[in-house]
Design a protein around this ligand. Structure first.
Ligand SMILES: [Zn+2]
Length: 338
């Protein structure tokens, strides 16, 4: 074989190899999702939900809502061509892996991003509601490069939620700075052995009662998974590829007080959400695209998923609102009736 042919073969081989590498890198980013806690035990921060005195025993577990968000995020990312690993798909004691084991699984998964999903609680009588993302390291100095930028993108996306009532600005921090009292370079257990760019996000405070009511709505958890996916797309530079968004909101009755007047309530949460109320999504000329009904858990939440970008009307009772939905966004459309 002469030198010219060898050169041609070498160039062709290099070209094919580099295009495979580029296409793999572009098409299938890998994400490791860790829905926090598991097993419905005391570590899941359980709390009675409705009035136990009245015989209602429904309990809230953070592990359930973390899992609902995580499974929604997994399905959304897989539909967009991501390769996804998840640390649990159930909520038994066997699913409640040791934190070191989770780190080992993530580090060996070949993932490009580690993402631990949680919600927060004050643990005391005080009530607040805001989004917090923590990465390993000092403030502004993450142990793994990129962790602070994905944290910034994540809290931006979650803080845009206009269904909830936020009491404080969104926040991101290095866990060594945030938990300074725990000791020098101690930080969160699940991040301690992590070697991937990544972070843990506390999406909201589940011990703020109206927020707990919202988290009991499966679509509200889906919406959080969706909003998380938007920031993950932003991190991987993939935002432009999709033509769908989500339309979401909450329905309130301004003539009635909250069903939980003894609770600490902020903003419009002092009014009563509308249960079992129909919401329809229509084109501007009145063609019904989708319809849904709010649940009976005192949150008034509705969500239309995977809606093609465009102009719509959202109709509740006799009220009609125009909505413009851009691709890869969530359009919020709340209704208050008096
Ligand atoms: Zn947690």
């Amino acid at each position: 074989m002469n030198l010219y042919v060898m050169k041609k073969i070498y160039v062709l081989f290099f070209f094919v190899l580099s295009s495979v590498v580029i296409s793999v890198g572009q098409v299938r980013p890998r994400v490791f999702i860790n829905p926090g806690h598991g097993g419905h035990d005391s570590n899941d921060r359980p709390s009675f939900f409705y009035n136990i005195g009245a015989g209602d025993t429904l309990r809230y577990y953070e592990s359930d809502t973390n899992l609902a968000k995580g499974l929604a995020l997994r399905d959304i990312l897989e539909q967009r061509g991501y390769e996804v690993r998840i640390s649990r798909t159930g909520n038994t004691s066997a699913d409640d892996l040791d934190l070191f084991e989770i780190s080992a699984l993530a580090n060996h998964s070949g993932a490009d991003l580690f993402f631990s999903i949680h919600s927060n609680a004050t643990g005391v009588v005080r009530r607040v509601n805001y989004t917090l993302a923590l990465y390993r390291g000092w403030n502004g100095q993450p142990c793994v490069e990129g962790s602070d930028s994905i944290a910034a993108s994540m809290i931006r996306s979650l803080d845009r939620n206009r269904i909830t009532t936020w009491t404080h600005p969104k926040m991101k921090a290095g866990d060594w700075s945030f938990f300074r009292g725990w000791g020098y370079k101690t930080g969160l257990g699940v991040l301690r052995y992590n070697k991937l760019p990544g972070m843990l996000v506390e999406g909201e405070f589940h011990d703020y009662f109206p927020e707990k009511c919202r988290l009991m709505n499966a679509d509200y958890c889906w919406l959080e998974g969706w909003n998380q996916s938007l920031s993950i797309d932003e991190y991987f530079g993939r935002t432009a590829k999709r033509g769908v968004g989500a339309i979401a909101g909450r329905l309130l009755d301004l003539t009635a007080e909250s069903v939980y007047p003894g609770e600490i309530l902020f903003g419009l949460d002092s009014f009563r959400p509308l249960n079992a109320t129909a919401v329809t999504l229509e084109t501007p000329d009145g063609h019904v695209v989708a319809s849904t009904v709010t649940d009976n858990r005192d949150n008034g939440v509705y969500v239309f998923k995977n809606v093609p970008a465009g102009r719509y009307r959202v109709c509740v009772r006799d009220t009609v609102r125009d909505v413009i939905l851009l691709p890869a966004t969530t359009a919020y459309c709340n209704f208050s009736f008096d």
